[in-house]
Design a protein around this ligand. Structure first.
Ligand code: NI
Length: 451
């Protein structure tokens, strides 16, 4: 009996130890897996501060809209941004990647660093919105006098990030780390330079000293105001341009047997290039597009020209497909040209990589985005085939790029796309922009605090 009882007690003790150990392991696991979130009181303060500064941010946006500047010429815009960041007590660097501005807002203690990025440049477009603060600015671009317009919403991006700077500076004592504000020039491209925009900012060390743990960026998009759209993987495409010259030998079109006709070759190339995507790209891994946008060759009905030039663009959602298309394009075009007794010269200009979001970061941020705009206003979106040089940051550190709806609720159905001379944004989206990005910065600081 005693023996039995002792055995029973030993068994009970063993079982208790196992249970205690299991509970301890579960507790340790849950505390390390459940990353910290920003306290609700901090989010409420951010929301209140956003409301307080909304009118000021709108006035900045109108000022930028009325005074747009082309890529790498954002002198006035950069000056206003730098002065604003200094007035908030930040460490400010100017002249980064030509005209970029970088501000560092330090919290009371060392901790994670979160970067926020806005682009500042406008486009060579003559504005036709009829807005009271429409741009009447003209400048010289590639030897021609052109209008200049914020037709891509970068005025909203820049003014909103200035607003985020005000909001976060207002709670700097409660920030568990630092926030790096990146105001980038030349997102639209400065093709008279070899390197520009985000790529040049990265080369000049914008992601060092201190190195951010993550970066956020956004773009206006014709979804209803108050909406945020995201994707946990590729959200925008890589872009590369190609120039192909088919060199044959021309002659009278009535005697084609005496020529090596580059027009025939060009037509084979245009149709054949379509098979790079339809027959070679693994489309389940991401979309791809090859488009020819220009064919030039010949000038009369009865003359076969010496050469034909083709211009086109390649878009992909991953590096593997991008590389494959480059290689197959060269092989296909060279072999086709050779088959018809002509020669091909091919130049592929590698521009921006695809913007690929970090899925873990996106998933961690979805609750706070829903908190900002409401559960039903957060949408997952299909990846786009347009490009953004935000990809150069996303290639270096965990990143999230998302789209901000700027289409008025009473929109009658006519949507002016970005880069249209009639493009406009709904200013009611500005408070959504400021609040959401401020939430993201704070939430990400808490997320990376214990990692
Ligand atoms: Ni843009």
């Amino acid at each position: 009996m005693n023996l039995f009882r002792n055995q029973y007690n030993q068994y009970n003790m063993f079982r208790t130890i196992v249970i205690i150990h299991t509970l301890m392991i579960l507790f340790l696991l849950s505390s390390s897996l459940c990353a910290q979130q920003a306290p609700q009181t901090l989010l409420t303060t951010i929301s209140d501060l956003t409301e307080e500064i909304e009118a000021e941010v709108i006035s900045w946006r109108r000022d930028f809209h009325q005074h747009p500047e082309l890529s790498n010429r954002e002198y006035r815009t950069a000056g206003i941004v730098a002065e604003h960041l200094r007035s908030l007590g930040m460490e400010v660097q100017t002249g980064v990647a030509k005209t970029g501005v970088v501000g560092l807002l330090r919290g009371p203690e060392d901790g994670p660093v979160i970067a926020l990025r806005a682009d500042m440049d406008a486009l060579p477009i003559t504005e036709e919105t009829g807005l009271p603060f429409a741009s009447t600015v003209t400048t010289t671009f590639q030897g021609e006098v052109v209008g200049v317009m914020h037709a891509c919403g970068h005025d909203l991006h820049t003014s909103s990030l200035m607003g985020v700077a005000t909001v976060l500076a207002g709670i700097r004592d409660q920030l568990p780390g630092s926030v790096k504000f990146i105001f980038q020039p030349a997102e639209e491209g400065a093709f008279d330079y070899d390197v520009w925009g985000a790529k040049l900012m990265v080369q000049e060390g914008v992601l060092e000293n201190p190195r951010p743990d993550a970066i956020f960026g956004m773009h206006v998009w014709p979804f209803t105001t108050g909406t945020i759209a995201y994707n946990g993987g590729a959200i925008m495409a890589s872009v590369d341009n190609f120039n192909i010259t088919i060199k044959g030998s021309g002659g009278h079109a009535a005697a084609p047997w005496e020529t090596n006709d580059p027009i025939i070759v060009a037509s084979k190339v245009v149709s054949g290039l379509q098979t790079l995507v339809s027959r070679n790209a693994e489309l389940t891994k991401g979309a791809a597009v090859v488009s020819v946008g220009s064919i030039r060759g010949g000038n009369r009905h009865n003359i076969i020209p010496d050469e034909v030039e083709l211009l086109g663009t390649i878009r992909t959602h991953n590096e593997e497909t991008r590389k494959m298309i480059h290689e197959r394009l060269k092989t296909f075009v060279h072999n086709t040209a050779e088959a018809f007794g002509t020669q091909a010269e091919i130049a592929i200009d590698r521009l921006y990589p695809a913007v690929i979001n970090n899925s873990d970061l996106v998933n961690s941020m979805l609750p706070v985005i829903r908190e900002s705009v409401g559960h039903d206003n957060v949408q997952e979106m299909y990846p786009l085939m347009i490009a953004e040089d935000f990809s150069y940051y996303a290639n270096e550190i965990p990143a999230m790029f998302y789209m901000l709806g700027t289409l008025p609720h009473d929109n009658a159905g006519s949507v002016e796309p970005i880069h249209s001379p009639r493009f406009d944004v709904d200013e009611a989206a500005i408070s959504t922009a400021v609040r959401t990005m401020s939430y993201l910065a704070v939430e990400a600081l808490y997320l990376f605090k214990d990692q």
